[in-house]
Design a protein around this ligand. Structure first.
Ligand code: MG
Length: 270
């Protein structure tokens, strides 16, 4: 039986007027384009040497009270305290005092984090290969991220700047000239296990050198869930400044957000 023309027109109009059902976004909680989900937190991004507003600043510009010295072969006298012995140039940078020992943060950082570190090798070039501006960044659970003057300085590729020492060379050599400030941005993703304790995602490390991706999603069998940040005394001079860390929450984006703004109340009819 054919529908009368009027009924057909009405049915079509009703279908067109009905809101289109949107697919759920990952997580299965919110449909696409909904205004009802939490808003991403508002932060002030980094600018002109200032850390972003949600970061923990790891160098206060005045002293190295947030850092401690690694006891080890560079501490034969067994100093009575664990204070870092590197030299601070107030409000500018701090620099390695060769043979005074590597340093690491007193605080440990839980879960997934982003580190930002700026460094410079000496403007006056001395040495070659691994003996030229050698230092390094240690993130617990991962190999050393090499710091080296790799500008026109050949060495083994998995030991040059941006390399994860002895494992992965950087994708490209993005090194600036000796004496120029350079940056590392390091994204740390910790291992995930399911409820039975089976690893469902390995720990991963990604690195940007001077804004260029040089390591992406490098996987490691590390169960470390929190770690400090270490800087290496490889007996070469070098400088650091503007160091910060911020937590990143890959799995629970919505839980970290800001609630959506309240909807205005409907006007009262009089
Ligand atoms: Mg090194």
């Amino acid at each position: 039986m054919k529908l009368p023309l009027l009924s057909l027109v009405l049915a079509t109009a009703t279908a067109l007027a009905a809101p289109k059902e949107q697919p759920l976004t990952p997580g299965g909680k919110y449909p696409a384009h909904t205004m009802d989900r939490p808003r991403p937190r508002v932060i002030t991004p980094p600018s002109h040497g200032q850390a972003p507003s949600d970061a923990i600043v790891l160098f206060n510009g005045k002293d190295l009270s947030q850092w401690k010295r690694d006891a080890g072969k560079d501490d034969p006298a067994k100093a009575p305290d664990d204070a870092a012995k590197w030299k601070v140039e107030p409000d500018k940078y701090f620099e390695i005092v060769p043979l005074s020992g590597s340093i690491r943060t007193r605080e440990k950082f839980q879960g997934d984090v982003q580190f930002h570190i700026e460094w410079a090798t000496p403007a006056e070039v001395k040495g070659n290969s691994q003996g030229r501006g050698n230092s390094g960044v240690f993130v617990g659970g991962f190999p050393e991220l090499q710091v080296l003057d790799s500008y026109d300085n050949d060495t083994y590729p998995d030991g040059q700047a941006g390399g994860l020492y002895g494992v992965y060379p950087p994708m490209v050599n993005a090194c600036r000239k000796p004496g120029e400030w350079q940056s590392y941005d390091i994204i740390v993703e910790r291992q995930r296990k399911d409820e039975q304790g089976k690893v469902i995602k390995k720990a991963r490390l990604s690195v940007l050198h001077n804004g260029i991706v040089v390591q992406w999603g490098r996987e490691f069998d590390s169960a470390v869930q929190e770690g400090d940040l270490g800087l290496q005394d490889h007996h070469n001079p070098g400088r650091y400044r503007n160091i910060w860390v911020r937590p990143i929450n890959i799995d629970h984006f919505d839980d970290e957000g800001t609630p959506p703004p309240a909807k205005p109340a409907a006007p009262v009819k009089k």
